[in-house]
Design a protein around this ligand. Structure first.
Ligand code: 7R7
Ligand code: ZN
Length: 229
């Protein structure tokens, strides 16, 4: 297998388990969300999912080679309730997955349909673990909010603050500063209905450590905001 994992027949998901054993596990993400078999859970409605984020400045954006990532550790942030039990999760970073065209790009699909892209807001369990790295070794270590991107005529102002910097990081491994203040709350859709399941990191090392919370309602971005090359 090629040294670098990717999405080709020789280094893609079908062969990841050769180098990353967890990729062969029983709770691998992403999945296709089949809405006809998704069941509602009254317990989740009783324990409302709540989030609180800070606005952050002085953030840096990285070209990961598969999209962009913003390291945004927020000790004052809290994600709790819903499927997270009694534990509190703290924002660590957020990043985006997109495709060559806006016809594809999301990692999760819904009834076989891919969205133009998918934003991941990544949190770790600060009630039980001492670091993100430690949390990523445990089945309840991370909580990831997944937000689908739909392409429309409206530009998303917060996403624009991020993608407007991409021309400065054309190559994998490059960093640049984000000049604006970013409030992660603005990435979330107005409708807060979600699907949840126990899964994994969606790319190597594919640790089975993620409680997934995938919002049903996509946010709208423009074609340019999600098909940057
Ligand atoms: C080594 O750290 C990693 C590695 C892979 C992932 C992938 O899993 C999800 S979710 N999105 C991804 O790109 C990650 O995400 C937090 C963190
Ligand atoms: Zn991701």
């Amino acid at each position: 297998m090629a040294a670098e994992w990717g999405y080709s027949p020789t280094n893609g998901p079908d062969v990841w388990a050769r180098l990353f054993p967890q990729a062969g596990g029983a709770r691998q993400s992403p999945v296709d969300i089949c809405t006809s078999i998704a069941s509602s859970d009254s317990n989740l409605e009783m324990k409302k999912l709540t989030f609180a984020y800070e606005s952050q400045s002085d953030l840096r954006i990285l070209n990961t080679g598969h999209g962009w990532k913003v390291e945004a550790p927020q000790s004052g942030s809290r994600l709790e309730g819903g499927p997270l039990g009694e534990d509190i999760y703290q924002l660590e970073q957020f990043h985006c997955h997109w495709g060559e065209t806006s016809a594809e790009g999301s990692e999760h699909t819904v009834d076989g349909r891919a969205y133009a892209g998918e934003l991941h807001l990544v949190h770790w369990n600060t009630t039980k673990y001492q670091s993100f790295a430690e949390a990523a070794q445990h089945p309840d270590g991370l909580a990831v909010l997944g937000v689908f991107f739909d392409v429309g005529n409206e530009s998303n102002d917060e996403i624009e603050k991020i993608v407007s910097t991409l021309s400065e990081i054309k190559f994998k491994g490059q960093f640049t500063d984000i000049p604006d203040v970013i409030d992660p709350t603005t990435f979330l859709p107005s409708g807060l209905g979600y699907w949840t399941y126990l899964g994994s990191l969606t790319t190597p090392p594919c640790n089975e450590c993620v409680i997934w919370i995938v919002y049903k309602e996509p946010i709208t971005v423009t074609e340019e905001q999600v098909t940057y090359h």
